[in-house]
Ligand binder design. Structure first.
Ligand code: ADP
Ligand code: MG
Length: 374
């Protein structure tokens, strides 16, 4: 049946999207479970990103589809829907972002959103923050809310916490909003100062996904964060940022945070000096600390670190929150040689575990932003 619209010579057959917003995922070179302790992190934005095409919608609703996940999301544009009740569950990010920008004064109009992402979901490369950042930028723009990049990171974190209930830190959002091609970002999570440090061309960043579901991740993450807050409180401090190694020597969780902060700063120095051997050694020490002191590794992540080093990486570590997800390593290789190393690692991992380790050479991508379609 022909719809009335098709008979109207002035109507377009399909409305072209007005704008696209994009936001990259990230891989963290070093500095995990430090961001929420106001510590230091050294991530890089990836050249894999979430893209949201925005068109006008109807009936005061924000509707969204995803090319990766099923279901049609349909939430109130005024932010009154409780994010944690929304189905399909990825729509919680949409409702969380609508609420987060609305509370800061945005007036979100009716919109149709199409989400498309090349960040693998649930791998520890922060597809969730890529989505939350892209949503925040799209909805703030549509709702006439001006945000600088640090504010946008805070709003995107707020959206993600509303969606998931997980009390995350700000690293992923800042990495997505401040990424620079070919650079890692040294972020001070207290001052939010950010320094982009070039990654030398002859250092390949290797990323391998353990292929494990991160089922325990959310509750364990909250427990680790609480342990850090208790340790800081026992020292009379707001966070562990200023704790010294002597103060936390007998508390493995706090010890991880304090030693990891020192490793991040040392790694940033080594990156500036193109000293891959020191970078590699610090990554291995970081992994040992996350495994032994912070207790967030898995046998599969430990195996992937060993396999990467066997295959020629100078160092490797789990990256992100742990309990599954990815490892990251560095090798003094051109990208094509690095691909061959990763193929060997994946084959050996499959033989040992039966799991498929999707692996790739990580390239630092550019910051989240706006792209006009025409
Ligand atoms: P990670 O951030 O490590 O990729 P998370 O479990 O934190 O893993 O986030 C994955 C969730 O983010 C998905 O289950 C989904 O809710 C949301 N998400 C990520 N990418 C997309 C996408 N392309 N379309 C819809 N939802 C997405
Ligand atoms: Mg995530």
């Amino acid at each position: 049946m022909r719809r009335l619209r098709d008979l109207d010579p002035g109507a377009r057959v399909s409305r072209p999207p007005k704008a696209q917003w994009r936001a990259p995922g990230r891989v963290n070179l070093i500095g995990d479970h430090t961001d929420y302790c106001e510590g230091f992190v050294l991530p890089m934005a990836l050249d894999r990103e979430c893209v949201i095409a925005v068109t006008p919608g109807a009936d005061d609703r924000v509707k969204a589809r995803s090319l990766q996940l099923d279901g049609v999301v349909d939430v109130a544009a005024d932010g009154h829907d409780e994010p944690r009740t929304i189905e399909p569950s990825w729509g919680r990010f949409v409702a969380g972002a609508v609420q987060a920008v609305t509370e800061r004064g945005a007036r979100v109009p009716a919109l149709d959103l199409e989400v498309s992402s090349t960040v693998p979901t649930g791998s520890g490369l922060s597809s969730s923050s890529a989505l939350a950042v892209a949503l925040t930028l799209a909805l703030a723009d549509a709702g006439d809310l001006e945000l600088d990049r640090r504010d946008a990171a805070r709003v995107a974190l707020d959206a993600e916490v509303r969606a998931t209930g997980v009390p995350g830190g700000l690293m992923d959002q800042l990495a997505s909003l401040f990424g620079e091609a070919g650079h890692a970002l040294l972020i001070d999570c207290r001052s939010l100062d950010i320094e982009a440090i070039p990654i030398p061309d002859d250092i390949a960043v290797l990323v391998a996904d353990s292929g494990l579901p991160r089922t325990l991740a959310d509750s364990e993450y909250a427990q680790r964060r609480a342990a850090c807050e208790q340790a800081a409180a026992a020292l009379g401090m707001a966070t562990l940022r200023d704790a010294t190694i002597d103060q936390v020597r007998n508390d493995p969780r706090a010890r991880h945070v304090v030693t990891e902060n020192a490793r991040v700063l040392a790694c940033a120095d080594a990156l500036r000096a193109n000293d891959i051997n020191t970078i590699g050694a610090l990554m291995l020490a970081s992994h040992a600390s996350l495994r032994d002191d912070f207790a967030v590794s898995t046998p599969e992540l430990d195996l992937l670190v060993d396999l990467l080093v066997d295959a020629g990486a100078v160092g490797a570590r789990l990256t992100g929150a742990g309990f599954g997800g990815c490892v990251v390593g560095v090798a003094p290789l051109a990208d094509t040689d690095a691909d061959a190393v990763l193929a060997r690692v994946s084959a050996r991992y499959r033989t040992a575990t039966g799991l498929v380790a999707n692996a790739f050479v990580g390239r630092a991508g550019t910051a989240a932003g706006h792209t006009l379609l025409r």
